[in-house]
Design a protein around this ligand. Structure first.
Ligand code: ANZ
Length: 827
């Protein structure tokens, strides 16, 4: 065992750790404080890749760091194992999603064990196990009881390739499906929703608690996604219609400037209004509607598109001044925001202005801008730029002279008095659509009687097991494959009458919305999570994962946590107290992908350089939030460093337990500085700096061994032990082997860091400045605790002082030991 060999170390320590199981949280339980460190759990598509390697190197450094700081750490792992990739793989290759899924899990699990991630392997869960998804169903039923799960016919996002419904969150900015890349279209279906909009205010306001603990960018994305705006609902009477039409506006102050109304083409209202129009208009409306439905959601919200629309030959009445407003339909008004209809104020809203200029509709200024320069044209009709800023109300009767904000308040007051409007809030957030017409997911625990009444499956009958996929046609066809599972879907009610199961499955984001709680007691079959364990560990202290989950997963997990709080199951309202987003691993600045041919295989890297070198490289390359460019790193460089570190332990000749205080002072100081600095660096995830410090300490120790100090000096052992304990965060195999070489028992992962002796942190000398008549003439090194007289004497003895005093008379010496001396001379 004379040379460092990562293969030998990996083969040696894996079985020892398997046996020792050092991260079994329950086994090592005591009174120390606790931390719950959670890595976002993986989807089992194939083996681990470079992205996983980055994420788990980071998450593991966090977990190991807190263990060395004296905490009990819960660091669990499981698999997010339901979902489309498994189903699509099964369709492509034949066979069952189940086989593919569990084979991949087995492979990933082996890779993670090799990767030496410090997980508690006794808490593994798979969301596709009935023992897990039973509790998804339980959660659904609890929410159903509270009216938080409901069924509704609605226009949904439809992925024509995967033939399934998508949540709004799964439709990308360009209107395509996050999953298949297909352009998403709208379709009407009866589906299950979770009432997340009831929680919109809390989801928004509680983000304030996370300021400074979550990345700012993520908080902003969540805020924008919820998208709350304040304004008013205003009712417009419609000629020839009994009921008025409500519009939502953030600018009720501009009511006198409304010159037309616009309804969303795909709203029920548009269809109804069009039905009363001429045959020709009806025809144009139908064509326009078809055109609108083919457009992607985001394309539609692009404000810069040329405006199009159809006049519906109907009129609304302005509730303030009674003016007649022509009603148009246009795709820039969305059916599912506000009321799907707007009052258009072209002078003050850009989209309305563009529309008015396209169709030659009147433009009326009602807010005179505050800052108008003499002679500069600001009329929107001329400039084409709407006046969206602050100003003073004009042309607006009782609102005249008011500022924008006062006018908003006043307009709401007037509308409320007359019963034609009220203050209102609006959200971009929609209820969470969870029905999926796919096989590989959690069955929805509802049956329907012959009259289509919803009947929840009684809790004691859970889980509703997913039937065998064998023999089912999984190909997407617009309805769930489970519809063909005749035997499974047909049930008999207690009164003997027949009923049919819901054949859709749940969005897999339901699975991941609460999995962090299941880790607390994954084998409990009486409850979703154990209250005792909950008290000990939850909420998650540090969550680690990719920024791609900034909206979807995190919002849903926050929502479900609040629901569980309201139901009395948990005592906290936010699931993740702190969040860290790791960067990506890229190659030459580009994202790696198989199709681009710039794909680095993790397996190859591990085989060539070893686990420790790959992990160390991942964290040494940059601060964890930044991307790692694999073209710029030196994995073999990391390997060489680890070999040098390992060699230190090998060379130490003193016995364990030797008195460090008798060791060489200079090296002891280096060690003490690192012991002092690393805990602080770790708190802010500066692992790259920690690794650099360990390199310095390794070099200093080598110098001491090969120089005068020698391998037997206690300071050398102290340094080598420090390297071993700290390296455990990044290179667990090397660390464990060093620890053993140094005469200790495994595992180094459970060893607390020693604290630095404060005496060693004190600088042994400081540099003092010598001034003559205020001019710096020399400097000299002194002990920090030097006394004043001695200090003056040494100052006067410096060459610079001597030279400048010679032949002159010293009038005064002003000294501030140990920093400076000023000698005042004359002559
Ligand atoms: C009149 C007005 C005048 C407006 C003005 C704005 C400026 P946020 O802030 O996003 O909530 N709006 C309302 N419902 C809409 C829908 N379904 N589709 C498209 N636009 C809709 O935006 C609220 C504003 O967006 C509302 O205020 C309305 O236009 C428009 F000087 O009403 B406003």
């Amino acid at each position: 065992e004379e040379t460092y060999d990562f293969r030998r170390l990996e083969a040696k320590w894996r079985p020892v750790w398997d046996e020792l199981d050092p991260f079994d949280t329950s086994k090592f339980e005591d009174d120390r404080p606790r931390k719950y460190v959670l890595d976002m759990f993986p989807y089992p598509s194939g083996d681990l890749h470079m992205g996983h390697a980055e994420q788990y190197a980071l998450g593991d450094a966090v977990a190991r760091y807190w263990r060395h700081r004296g905490f009990q750490v819960l660091h669990p792992i499981g698999w997010d194992s339901f979902g489309l990739p498994a189903e699509n793989a099964a369709i492509k290759r034949g066979g069952e999603p189940r086989e593919w899924t569990y084979e991949n899990i087995a492979q990933q699990r082996d890779s993670m064990r090799r990767y030496a991630a410090s997980f508690d392997w006794n808490r593994v869960l798979h969301t596709s196990d009935p023992e897990y998804y039973k509790w998804n169903q339980w959660l659904f039923l609890k929410m159903y009881e509270k009216g938080l799960a409901y069924r509704k016919e609605s226009s949904v996002n439809w992925d024509p390739v995967d033939q399934t419904v998508l949540a709004n969150e799964q439709v990308l900015a360009d209107g395509t499906s996050e999953r298949s890349g297909a352009v998403v279209v709208k379709k009407k279906l009866t589906q299950w929703f979770l009432r997340i909009t009831d929680y919109a205010d809390r989801l928004l306001e509680d983000l304030d608690q996370l300021e400074g603990k979550w990345p700012h960018k993520v908080l902003t994305m969540q805020r924008n996604w919820i998208g709350r705006s304040y304004g008013a609902d205003v009712e417009f009477a419609i000629e020839g219609r009994d009921e008025p039409v409500s519009v939502f506006t953030t600018r009720p102050d501009t009511l006198y400037g409304a010159t037309f109304m616009v309804v969303a083409p795909d709203s029920d209202l548009a269809e109804e209004l069009a039905a009363g129009a001429s045959e020709e208009t009806q025809q144009r409306f139908r064509e326009y509607l078809t055109h609108t439905q083919q457009m992607g959601a985001i394309d539609r919200q692009n404000a810069d598109r040329p405006k199009t629309g159809v006049f519906l030959e109907r009129y609304g009445i302005n509730p303030l001044d009674g003016s007649r407003l022509p009603i148009w339909t246009s795709d820039y008004v969305l059916a599912d925001y506000g009321h799907g209809a707007i009052m258009a104020v072209p002078a003050h809203d850009q989209r309305d202005l563009d529309f008015a200029r396209t169709f030659d509709l009147p433009i009326k200024i009602v807010v005179e801008p505050t800052e108008v320069e003499e002679g500069v044209e600001y009329d929107p009709a001329v400039t084409g730029v709407a006046l969206a800023g602050d100003g003073q109300l004009i042309n607006s009767e009782e609102l005249n002279g008011l500022t924008k904000d006062d006018a908003i308040a006043k307009a709401i007051e007037i509308l409320a008095e007359r019963g034609t409007g009220r203050a209102a809030k609006n959200y971009r957030l929609r209820d969470w659509l969870i029905s999926r017409q796919r096989y590989w997911g959690t069955p929805i625990p509802i049956v329907y009687d012959e009259a289509d009444n919803e009947i929840p499956v009684p809790e004691e009958q859970l889980p509703v097991r997913l039937p065998d996929g064998e023999g089912l046609d999984l190909k997407p066809k617009g309805s769930s494959p489970l519809g063909a599972a005749t035997e499974w879907k047909t049930v008999t009610l207690p009164d003997g009458s027949p009923a049919t199961r819901d054949t859709d499955t749940m969005d897999t984001f339901v699975d991941s919305s609460w999995y962090f709680l299941r880790f607390l007691s994954p084998n409990n079959d009486a409850e979703p999570f154990d209250q005792e364990e909950l008290k000990k560990w939850a909420p998650v202290d540090q969550y680690i994962g990719g920024v791609e989950h900034a909206i979807l997963h995190l919002l849903y997990a926050r929502f479900i946590t609040k629901v569980l709080y309201d139901l009395g199951y948990v005592s906290f309202t936010e699931p993740f107290s702190a969040l860290l987003n790791q960067g990506m691993v890229v190659l030459n600045g580009a994202k790696m992908s198989k199709s681009k041919g710039n794909f680095v295989k993790l397996g190859d890297e591990l085989n060539e350089h070893g686990v420790d070198a790959v992990r160390t490289t991942m964290l040494f390359a940059s601060p964890p939030e930044e991307d790692v460019d694999w073209a710029d790193v030196s994995v073999s460089g990391s390997g060489k460093f680890l070999a040098r570190a390992w060699r230190l332990a090998h060379d130490v000749t003193s016995e364990p337990g030797v008195d460090f205080t008798t060791g060489a002072l200079e090296l002891r100081r280096v060690t003490a500085r690192i012991l002092d600095e690393v805990p602080k660096l770790g708190e802010t995830f500066k692992y790259n700096v920690i690794i650099a410090r360990l390199m310095e300490l390794t070099n200093a120790t080598r110098k001491a061994i090969d120089g005068g100090v020698g391998a037997a000096d206690p300071a050398v052992r102290e340094a080598a032990e420090t390297v071993a304990i700290m390296l455990d965060m990044f290179a667990p195999y090397v660390a464990e082997d060093m620890w053993q070489q140094l005469g200790h028992e495994p595992s180094v992962a459970l060893v607390e860091w020693p604290t630095a002796d404060p005496a060693l942190l004190v600088e042994d000398s400081v540099t003092a400045i010598v001034q003559i008549n205020g001019k710096v003439r020399d400097s000299f090194d002194v002990a920090p605790d030097i006394d004043e007289e001695e200090f003056k004497k040494l100052a006067l003895e410096t060459a610079g002082a001597q030279r400048n005093i010679e032949g002159k008379q010293v009038v005064k010496i002003i000294a501030k030991a140990p920093k400076f001396v000023n000698v005042v001379v004359k002559g």
